[in-house]
Design a protein around this ligand. Structure first.
Ligand code: CUO
Length: 674
């Protein structure tokens, strides 16, 4: 309920059952003090439920309250991060859920709603006693971060003129941010996809940068997952670009040169009552001096940090705060490096390697007003919920990925012995469907309920209908021989990649491996002799089901509080299933499907993973557990193979490939409510 209607005070009615929190007198902030009790009485008279709030020792909010209530909040701005860390600590430090409820009601009246939502979500994900509770999906609480503000005006009209059951859905137009004159607009359906942006926001929620409780930040292979998840975004983006006749994304590596791509978000912040600022084409980032955000940083600082990364990679060692050096080893080097890059509190030397990744976001997001003379806030690159809308996000992360790839290139190539699984031979992989080995895609329309995000409005559902990509479900059939004479366990790894560049030239191994998109990874028993493995696309280890991305309230299984419901609610991190397969083309876009089976005895991590959000582990890991695969993330494509010319040369007997195509039909399907 504390997430419901973010700017309405919690002594007003919350949720569908009209809950009212009865707060102690000293909880009212100045502005409500005079009228607080009258208001509480007024809302109390027809409340469905009154929840008395415990009077606790009030926390010191002086730091988090430095962010004005009606302001934007950015996880990438160091000062905002520190304020959020303080609030997370307060929430984490409450003795029990009742105290947490008290402190929430106190904070909800005072703290910037975006920051409040983020910190409470992080705390709920990490407190043992709130693990069965569910933060609602961000698109419901802050729909303003995901869509054209015209939708809200129409939603207001609808909700004041029609009773809840009779409201027509509000249509979100397709491709509303630019015209066809802008080539980048061809992939706006990817950049502005609600599910993709929700995934990214959720990923950063699961992996916060800063908190006093180190365990909240210091998770198994966290840095490596930052590298891998974002690498996969770039690979997927590149495939999408090829499908739309655009060349590969070019990395943003010249911090002194103009950024060719402009972006005009056409979104308003409901909390800050401001339009998100645009970036004009040809903008160059400039030195930052914004006292309000306590940011003072020159572009040259980014260059210094970058040079130190290059030096670390080329020398194979990093410098520690005490002046000593530490070798980057094959197993943990990427994790150490990515933690320096990100950079969270577990960076081994923040003073020296700085804050390259986050400050890249910050410099770009303030390029329109670097010294705050126009009193403008950051652009979409400043917020993980909106950053992926902007073409520059991919150029920035392509650059970040390039640094990681430079490191990966220093590692020894995999020998055939390290790749093979003796006795296991994979002879084929095929895709079932109307046409064998052809994926089918089309548009689909789905709805999201805006009611929770519309403050001070009549109650009841208001649906917004939007259009997104979708694919037909399919099944993999893998034929495999086990000649070891005994039962074996394997890890099946399935990837998809383009076969040619934009000009139609065949890709060599080095180009293709960086474009490999993980589709699935699962454990499989292999009996002696021949095995036919069938696996449904819907079970992908990369994605979460549609219903979880959008958290459709009518689709919740089980009773609230049951184990099933808790799992269902909690695990919002995961690539949206509707974006599993690139769009393809109407003629059919050629790609290659790759399948490999490795020895599970070498891959396995001993741990119990029952019921812990373990179905989108590839990009998100498993909550409170180690990453469930000992191989380097992205294996076997995580590093170059210098003497390998093509994917065909790379194959060992436990691998196979299949040429496929993706055929796109330009038609809109209505989502069938199951
Ligand atoms: Cu996810 Cu830059 O790390 O946006």
């Amino acid at each position: 309920l504390f997430f419901d209607r973010p700017t309405e005070p919690c002594f007003m009615q919350k949720g569908d059952d009209k809950t009212v929190f009865q707060i102690p007198d000293n909880f009212y902030p100045e502005k409500y003090k005079k009228v607080g009790n009258q208001l509480a009485d007024r809302f109390g008279t027809d409340a469905g439920r009154m929840v008395p709030v415990r009077n606790i020792a009030l926390p010191d909010l002086s730091l988090p309250q430095q962010l004005p209530y009606h302001n934007q909040f950015s996880l990438f701005v160091p000062k905002h991060r520190r304020m959020a860390a303080k609030l997370i600590d307060i929430f984490m430090g409450m003795r029990d859920v009742e105290d947490l409820q008290s402190v929430c009601s106190y904070c909800q009246l005072r703290i910037n709603p975006y920051m409040f939502n983020y910190c409470l979500s992080v705390a709920m994900l990490h407190r043992p006693d709130t693990k069965g509770l569910s933060p609602p999906t961000l698109v419901e609480t802050f729909p303003d971060k995901f869509m054209d503000p015209k939708v809200f005006r129409r939603a207001r009209e609808t909700s004041t003129t029609a009773p809840a059951g009779d409201r027509m859905p509000v249509l979100i137009p397709v491709n509303y941010t630019a015209s066809d004159a802008e080539p980048e607009q061809r992939i706006a359906y990817f950049r502005e996809d609600i599910g993709i942006n929700l995934h990214h926001w959720h990923w950063h929620l699961v992996y916060p940068f800063e908190a006093a409780d180190r365990a909240v930040v210091d998770k198994d292979r966290r840095g490596e997952l930052l590298y891998y998840m974002h690498q996969q975004i770039i690979a997927r983006y590149n495939a999408e670009r090829l499908c739309n006749n655009l060349g590969f994304v070019t990395r943003y590596n010249d911090f002194r040169g103009p950024i060719a791509e402009g972006y005009f978000p056409k979104m308003d912040s409901q909390v800050a009552s401001r339009a998100w600022p645009p970036r004009f084409s040809g903008t160059t980032i400039r030195d930052l001096d914004r006292p309000v955000d306590q940011i003072r940083s020159d572009v040259s600082e980014m260059e210094t940090w970058r040079d130190r990364f290059i030096q670390a990679i080329d020398s194979g060692t990093i410098v520690l705060p005490n002046g000593r050096t530490q070798r980057l080893d094959e197993e943990t080097g990427i994790d150490v490096l990515a933690n320096l890059m990100e950079s969270s509190i577990i960076s081994r030397n923040r003073a020296y390697y700085g804050d390259l990744h986050n400050m890249g976001h910050v410099f770009i997001s303030y390029a329109h007003d670097p010294d705050h003379r126009h009193l403008e806030q950051f652009g979409v690159m400043g917020d993980p919920a909106t950053a992926m809308r902007d073409p520059i996000f991919y150029r920035w992360h392509a650059y970040v990925d390039d640094i990681f790839q430079r490191y990966k290139a220093t590692l020894p190539a995999y020998t055939r012995e390290r790749l093979d699984f003796p006795g296991i031979r994979v002879s084929s992989i095929a895709i079932s469907g109307r046409t064998p080995n052809q994926f089918s895609t089309q548009w689909e329309q789905s709805s999201v309920n805006l009611a929770r995000g519309l403050d001070f409005m009549p109650r009841g559902a208001v649906l917004a209908r939007f259009t997104h990509l979708q694919h037909d479900e399919f099944e993999y059939t893998i034929e495999c021989d086990n000649t070891t004479g005994q039962a074996a366990m394997g890890t099946v790894r399935i990837f998809l990649a383009p076969t040619t560049d934009q000009a139609g030239n065949a890709l060599n191994f080095e180009e293709q491996r960086r474009l490999m998109i993980e589709l699935d990874k699962f454990t499989q028993g292999l009996r002696p002799g021949s095995n036919t493995i069938r696996r449904r696309s819907i079970d992908s280890s990369v994605t979460i089901p549609y219903e979880r991305t959008f958290r459709d309230e009518s689709q919740r299984p089980g009773d609230a509080g049951s184990a099933q419901s808790a799992d269902f609610d909690f695990c919002g991190c995961g690539w949206p299933h509707h974006m599993l397969i690139p769009k393809g083309t109407q003629q059919g876009w050629n790609c290659v499907l790759f399948c490999m089976i490795t020895n599970w005895n070498e891959d396995r991590v001993e741990q119990d993973t029952v019921g812990t959000c373990n179905d989108a582990a590839s990009y998100c890991g498993i909550r409170d557990r180690r990453y469930p695969d000992r191989k380097p993330m992205g294996f076997p494509f995580d590093r170059p193979a210098p003497s390998t010319g093509s994917l065909g040369d790379f194959l060992t007997p436990n691998m196979t490939v299949q040429n496929c195509s993706i055929r796109f039909t330009d038609a809109v399907r209505q989502r069938q409510q199951r």
